[in-house]
Design a protein around this ligand. Structure first.
Ligand SMILES: [Zn+2]
Ligand SMILES: [Zn+2]
Ligand SMILES: [Zn+2]
Length: 230
């Protein structure tokens, strides 16, 4: 039992190795901060099960916030296109799209409150302080080569020259900024179809941090989202 707990703890502190591996790729201050966090975590006693459940919830909610934000941009683009069209039949769907925007606005507010509750629920310690510090950095998600490569692997805009991930859609939706989800308008226009359930699975591979041992993908998700490391 003790060795099982140790294995879980080692998985959770796995980012420390990444600090050293990534030393040549990140700024000195960023690196120093990550190493300090890693050392503090080694000395810090927290149940890895609680941390892994917290990390799973926070990552899931961040992805949902991005989905809603990107869906909003998609609907706004559709309204612009339809309004520029003189066809009255096409214009008839505008009220439905406006209705969808109102629903998405409420959904974003709901998710934002959920997100804040989850973050507040993280046990006080180096993970929480580090996570909050990283999220205060503008474009934190662009610092990670792994997150960029993951976006490319999922068919996202980092694999093209459009630059969508570098130009977030709405300054009032900061928590919805980040790499592409199944709802990205630009990706949809490239794919040319709405994602099926199977397609959505390809667009977001499965990860479950509550199940040990972690899969390679789960481990990388944890390192990228919580440690901001590759
Ligand atoms: Zn794009
Ligand atoms: Zn995209
Ligand atoms: Zn991207």
């Amino acid at each position: 039992m003790a060795s099982e707990a140790k294995k879980k703890k080692i998985a959770v502190i796995g980012g420390l190795t990444g600090c050293i591996e990534g030393a040549t790729r990140v700024s000195a201050n960023w690196m120093r901060w990550q190493v300090v966090r890693g050392k503090r975590l080694l000395l810090w006693e927290t149940n890895p099960d609680i941390l892994s459940r917290w990390a799973q919830s926070v990552i899931e909610t961040e992805i949902l916030l991005r989905e809603v934000t990107q869906q909003e941009s998609f609907v706004k683009e559709c309204i612009q296109i339809v309004n520029a069209n003189s066809d009255p039949v096409a214009k008839a769907i505008v009220p439905d799209m406006v209705e969808e925007l109102i629903t998405l606005d409420h959904e974003y507010d709901r998710l934002e409150r959920t997100y804040e509750t989850i973050v507040a629920g993280c046990p006080a310690g180096p993970i929480k302080s580090g996570y909050l510090w990283i999220r205060q950095q503008s474009y934190w998600y662009l610092r990670s080569d792994w997150l960029r490569q993951d976006c490319i692997n999922r068919g996202g805009c980092c694999g093209r020259s459009c630059g969508c991930c570098e130009t977030p859609p709405d300054p009032r939706r900061r928590k919805g900024w980040g790499h592409c989800t199944a709802q990205c308008a630009c990706c949809k226009s490239v794919r040319g179809f709405r994602a099926t359930e199977r397609g959505k699975r390809l667009l977001q591979p499965k990860y479950d941090l509550t199940v040990f041992p972690w899969s390679h993908y789960s481990r990388q998700m944890f390192r990228a989202y919580v440690w901001s490391l590759d």
